[in-house]
Write a protein that binds this ligand. Structure first.
Ligand SMILES: CC(C)(COP(=O)(O)OP(=O)(O)OC[C@H]1O[C@@H](n2cnc3c(N)ncnc32)[C@H](O)[C@@H]1OP(=O)(O)O)[C@@H](O)C(=O)NCCC(=O)NCCS
Length: 433
């Protein structure tokens, strides 16, 4: 259990006042109150283009997402004033960072009704989330996004790129050998348990991952009412030579339309805590009879898949943004992680919400630990908090942001930061939230 329960954090008074001035009521919704939660979830589902939330789905979310803090905006003047016109939810989760974990304020379910769009409601809610999280003592906030152009203005930066693969399995072939363990089918109930248990161990191995939750695994396993044709999901797991479950994979196969032997296998989720488990489960997918194409998403940018196949041109990798971070406290965030090399830099940080604005001296010692303090010295680098959040886990290069004019300053210092910030393996975030 996280030390901070997000549900106890009050709604931000500044955003409350701003929305009240526009005739709107911004307040927390008690997620334990099934009816109130149901009305909020109707608004969330409508915002994400989903269907009406049915009883089964409400029960799932009521029981399986009990730690969520729901905030909503109400308009007393509309036909259904009890249905919010805007929503956001949040909770505190461990974020894996190099050398350990950092509590993170996770944000999800951001919606504004199409009838109330572009009046500044999302701005009030997002700023409210960031201020509430900082006020509660968190040093980091994070989210995954529907569109990349929404969150930079609040200080969020794209920090954890991930990759998507389309594999022509006949051309790609396989050169990864055969692991010692075995791959076996499991029921979907067992699959949901295995995905959750493996993820919980795997998430500590790479920076960028966060804790999962039961409903996420039940969705991947096709057991949630939110998943269409859930019974077409199949599950396998990898058991190593000592009998321990080290990986699990949920997938679905779409039959070839013109030819039985042209089916497509979509990996819904692959959780693996060892290289052998990753290779065995990918091999299962790529060597599946009657399958011509495999697709998979949310794989790390250094996915060994590239080298597990015989012809890497048969496997097309597309890299794109996935995890977004927002530093709320510069010294605490930067001092929480370990680094790969010593470095010294003076960073002038600007923050649209003024939470982290200032000039900071960063000193990373030979022991891989950082010390950060405010300074009056001239900066080596000038950057926004979104850019500092982008480079925080070493998944986005400072030199790249410098070249793109997203930050300014000394190239040699940016290069030294890249060497120091980059962990042995790039950060990874294998789920949406
Ligand atoms: C995205 C969404 C939440 C925006 O809500 P909104 O109340 O209309 O946004 P606001 O009026 O507060 O806009 C705030 C700022 O964001 C910008 N903005 C809003 N939606 C945007 C979008 N989709 N893309 C880029 N910028 C956007 C506005 O132009 C405004 O910019 P400025 O204040 O810097 O001039 C809303 O359109 C929505 O619910 N979309 C569907 C669900 C969704 O995608 N949610 C995001 C989940 S990650």
């Amino acid at each position: 259990m996280s030390p901070i329960d997000a549900r106890t954090v009050p709604a931000d008074p500044t955003s409350h006042a701003r929305l009240a001035a526009a005739g709107l009521d911004y307040r927390l919704v008690d997620g334990a109150d099934r009816d109130a939660l149901g009305r909020t979830l109707q608004a969330v589902s409508r915002g994400f283009l989903g269907p009406e939330v049915n009883d089964e789905s409400l029960t799932e979310q009521h029981t399986q997402l009990a730690d969520r803090r729901y905030t909503a905006v109400f308009d007393a003047s509309i036909a259904e004033p009890e249905i919010p016109v805007a929503t956001v939810d949040s909770w505190v989760t461990p974020l894996t960072i190099p050398g350990g974990e950092l509590d993170m304020w996770a944000i999800s379910g951001v919606t504004v009704s199409p009838t109330h769009r572009r009046r500044g409601i999302a701005r009030a809610m997002l700023e409210g989330e960031v201020r509430a999280a900082a006020e509660a003592g968190l040093a980091m906030a994070g989210l995954t996004v529907t569109e990349t152009t929404i969150y930079g203005r609040y200080g969020f930066g794209s920090a954890i790129p991930m990759s998507r693969w389309t594999i022509d399995v006949r051309r790609a072939g396989w050169s990864g050998g055969e692991p010692d363990g075995r791959v076996e089918f499991v029921s979907r109930e067992q699959l949901a348990r295995d995905l959750g248990e493996v993820h919980d161990r795997q998430r500590t191995l790479r920076a960028g991952e966060i804790a999962g939750w039961p409903r996420r695994w039940r969705q991947h396993a096709g057991l949630s009412s939110s998943v269409k044709d859930g019974d077409s999901v199949r599950g396998v797991r990898y058991v190593d030579a000592d009998g321990a479950v080290r990986g699990a994979m949920a997938y679905r196969i779409a039959e070839g339309e013109s030819d039985f032997a042209l089916a497509r296998l979509d990996i819904r989720h692959l959780a693996a805590e060892t290289d052998d488990a990753t290779a065995a489960l990918l091999r299962f997918a790529l060597q599946h009879d009657l399958v011509a194409e495999v697709r998979t998403d949310l794989r790390p940018v250094d996915d060994p898949l590239r080298w597990l196949v015989s012809d890497e041109r048969g496997a097309v990798q597309t890299i794109r943004d996935h995890g977004w971070l927002r530093i709320l406290d510069v010294p605490r965030a930067l001092e929480a992680r370990t680094y790969s090399a010593p470095a010294t830099a003076t960073l002038e940080v600007t923050d649209p919400l003024d939470l982290t604005t200032g000039t900071w001296h960063l000193e990373i010692g030979a022991d891989g630990r950082a010390h950060v303090a405010p300074t009056d010295a001239a900066p080596d680098i000038r950057l926004g908090i979104a850019q500092l959040s982008s480079i925080f886990l070493g998944g986005v290069p400072a030199l790249g942001l410098l070249a793109a004019r997203r930050m300014a300053g000394d190239r040699a210092v940016a290069a030294a930061l890249d060497v120091a910030f980059r962990p042995a393996q790039p950060p990874s975030l294998s789920i949406w939230y």
